[in-house]
Design a binder for this molecule. Structure first.
Ligand code: FCB
Length: 397
């Protein structure tokens, strides 16, 4: 048994995103990508897990085990299906979700952009992009009463690296360098959105969530590692120095080596255990990630907005989360200002092109949409309510 020193008000919950769970996100760019001939996606999202209709059931599952917080996203493509045309029905839908969460005792942390855009949007490098995003955010601000934490953009560093990530075939060997024009567009969209939100809702706490993996340079690579990391994560974390919080999303470690005078990620060793996404199984990554984020952002508090593991073995999920939370407890003990933890994900869901990787605390039958909680869901709830991380059974180690 290990104590996790959760400060009062600590956010404790699970996360989802709209496109990965709602289903039939027909006006989005991802829907178009999934369904075009020769798509890089192995499978389309289709009806996903029908959370557009079953969000109440999802929230009940979280609240019933004592989770106090729920991170979900609002779908821009539903709110603004045509440029400048806003759907009152969609806004009302998300207002109901916010009220539904509050009613269940779940504090919503709402993300305004989680990877998907309306199909008409011409991309973050378009000089008009920040204004277009701010116009959408101004509409959404009208339904956010009662929401304490709003995240503007999910993993801008992944979004800006996305074209190159596709070409590389995934994250296992580290994030490719983000494209400058995309990075700048996303940063300025974030600043404008923050301005709109603060003007409309003086109490709201605004941040964004950066993909921060635990980069571990070997000794010769240490000096050059900072320059390698700057475009990939440091600059995005620095952007949060004027925010109310910064979201950290950590899953794995990436070792860096010096190759001549160039830093490059080393593939996990042949004995390394890999998860369903090919990422190295490395639970302690969360500790390194929150420490690095705190180092960069200074006084701005950290919220872990995603952490989890793709596995078909729920015992392994518990073991992974045990390791991650133990590393988080050590960081809290060392005085790192972490204010929340959200597990990715509440539900098994559409993992950007494939239904293969299962990150959920709850499984979903994709024919009937029946939800079945896994033991890890109640386990996570108990850690939050007791402040204790139970020792693993020998079979779970
Ligand atoms: C993050 C995404 C999230 C999910 C997890 C596994 O990069 O934000 O939607 O796909 O990875």
């Amino acid at each position: 048994m290990h104590r996790i020193p959760l400060p009062p008000g600590f956010l404790w919950g699970a996360a989802t995103s709209a496109h990965q769970t709602e289903g039939a996100n027909e006006n989005s760019d991802w829907w178009a990508l999934e369904n075009m001939p020769g798509s890089f996606c192995e499978e389309p999202s289709g009806q996903a897990v029908d959370s557009f209709h079953r969000w109440g059931e999802d929230m009940d599952l979280a609240a019933d085990v004592g989770l106090r917080d729920y991170r979900f996203s609002i779908e821009w493509a539903r709110i603004e299906p045509e440029p400048g045309v806003f759907s009152g029905e969609a806004l009302e839908h998300y207002r109901h979700m916010i009220e539904g969460a509050l009613h269940r005792g779940l504090r919503p942390l709402v993300t305004l952009h989680h990877f998907t855009c309306p199909a008409w949007f011409t991309g973050w490098a378009d000089p008009a992009a920040p204004d277009l995003f701010a116009r959408y955010v101004a509409q959404v601000a009208g339904i956010l009463e009662g929401v304490e934490h709003v995240g503007t953009i999910n993993e801008p560093n992944v979004v800006a690296a996305f074209p190159r990530l596709l070409a590389q075939g995934g994250l296992a060997e580290g994030l490719p360098e983000p494209e400058e024009a995309l990075a700048q567009g996303l940063a300025s969209a974030h600043r404008q959105a923050r301005h709109v939100l603060r003007a409309a809702l003086p109490e709201v706490r605004v941040g964004w969530s950066v993909s921060v993996q635990d980069y571990q340079p070997d000794l010769p690579a240490v000096a050059a590692a900072a320059a390698y990391l700057y475009p990939r994560q440091t600059r995005f974390l620095q952007e949060s120095r004027d925010d109310d919080w910064v979201g950290v999303q950590a899953y794995t470690r990436i070792r860096l080596v010096l190759d001549g005078d160039v830093v490059r990620p080393a593939a996990p060793g042949s004995s390394a255990q890999r998860t369903q996404t090919g990422w190295e199984y490395y639970p302690a990554a969360l500790g390194g990630a929150v420490r690095e984020a705190a180092r960069v952002v200074g006084a701005v508090p950290v919220i872990v907005t995603e952490n989890g593991v793709a596995t078909g073995d729920d015992g392994q999920r518990i073991a992974y989360t045990h390791g991650a939370l133990t590393a988080l407890a050590a960081a809290l003990d060392d005085g790192i200002d972490v204010r929340g933890y959200f597990h990715w994900s509440l539900l098994d869901n559409y993992e950007w092109g494939s239904w293969g990787p299962t990150f959920g605390l709850v499984s979903v039958d994709r024919g009937t949409f029946v939800r079945s909680p896994k033991p890890s869901l109640a386990w996570l709830g108990r850690v939050g309510t007791s402040g204790l991380i139970p020792s693993l059974e020998p079979s779970q180690r």
